[in-house]
Design a protein around this ligand. Structure first.
Ligand SMILES: Nc1ncnc2c1ncn2[C@@H]1O[C@H](COP(=O)(O)OP(=O)(O)OP(=O)(O)O)[C@@H](O)[C@H]1O
Length: 324
């Protein structure tokens, strides 16, 4: 685990939330609570309803039915108050009628309440922090994908909202920049910010999210910490042991462990499928060793988040959008 999770006050409560666009049901009865100070990940492939949920939380859309509450305030009825709590980094910069990144961030800083001189200072600080300063006067079309993402994230850093929302913050961004942006997000968490990240990248989810909601076709399919979700996959862990000794004997020993769902033995290698493999591996190795079997190599593999996603949805995250 990356962080200790303390389930505290609810920062965002999503209650029976439905959003339709014409005939399209984008979100279909979502219920979810996000706790103050956590990094929560909404994990799902393109089109699963993540952006719609985030944009509604940020009061850009209104729910078709149900509601979302931010620190107790309804996005449907108290949007003005909700907007004081929420900041969002969109998938792509908007407001591109503004001349350049610097002017965009100055405009944003003024909107969120900085005076003119404060705005200049905070914009410069944040642009320097994100290595954006050299791009400040460029045209938007000249910016790389990574720089555009940073620009959106800069808005959140300027605003310092209580609830910070990031919609696919590192999609199509190079690895170095990804790490930098993840550090920025962790830094906000360290300051006590509640963070919601929408992602279809399981590595991103593993790196930064403490709890995850798996969303697919507008519905929540599973919820938990990453290790809880992995443990929910029946016999999701694999222990592979290479050994010297008679295979028949190894088969007998392994059969005495009821927690091993099934196993195969071939070429002096046993592959066992079970849950909580890390906890069980020691006793399996001890049982083999005390019967005179020499264990040459042991490998424990837990399910990937893609396996978890498949278990709950029948679909693959990777296939549907090709995450690296
Ligand atoms: N403004 C809109 N008008 C019509 N349909 C929309 C609109 N926004 C989203 N949808 C549809 O709602 C569904 C959910 O889309 P949404 O953007 O919320 O998913 P997502 O998981 O965020 O995916 P992506 O990463 O592609 O944004 C999709 O079928 C999408 O086509």
């Amino acid at each position: 685990m990356l962080y200790e999770i303390i389930m505290g006050n609810v920062a965002v409560k999503i209650k029976d939330f439905v959003k339709t666009f014409g005939q399209t049901v984008a979100v279909d009865g979502l219920n979810l609570e996000i706790y103050e100070g956590e990094i929560f990940g909404l994990l799902g492939p393109n089109g699963s309803g993540k952006t719609t949920t985030l944009l509604t939380t940020a009061t850009i859309y209104k729910p078709t039915s149900g509601d979302i509450y931010v620190h107790g305030y309804s996005v449907s009825r108290q949007g003005d108050i909700v907007r004081r709590y929420v900041g969002i980094a969109f998938q792509e910069p908007k407001a591109l009628w503004i001349d350049n990144p610097y002017e965009l961030l100055i405009w944003h800083a003024r909107v969120v309440g900085y005076s003119s001189s404060e705005a200049k200072q905070v914009v410069r600080d944040v642009m320097e922090q994100l290595d954006l300063w050299e791009h400040r006067k460029k045209q938007f079309y000249q910016l790389s994908g990574g720089t555009r993402k940073k620009l959106e994230i800069a808005k959140v850093l300027i605003q310092r909202p209580k609830v910070a929302i990031f919609d696919e913050p590192t999609a199509q961004v190079d690895v170095l920049t990804k790490h930098k942006l993840w550090d920025v997000i962790r830094g906000l968490k360290a300051e006590g910010t509640t963070i919601i990240v929408a992602t279809n990248d399981m590595f991103e989810a593993e790196r930064i999210c403490e709890r995850i909601g798996i969303i697919y076709k507008g519905k929540l399919r599973a919820l938990g910490t990453i290790s809880e979700l992995k443990d929910m996959v029946p016999q999701g862990d694999v222990i592979e042991i290479a050994f010297d000794g008679p295979e028949e004997q190894v088969k007998k020993i392994i059969s005495t462990f009821p927690e091993i769902g099934h196993f195969t033995i071939a070429d002096h290698k046993a592959r066992m499928f079970l849950n909580k493999g890390e906890e069980k591996a020691v006793s399996i190795v001890q049982a083999l060793a005390s019967s005179g079997i020499k264990v040459r190599k042991i490998m424990i593999q837990e399910p990937t988040l893609d396996d978890v996603f498949f278990y709950f949805t029948g679909a693959r995250l990777r296939e549907e959008h090709g995450a690296a």
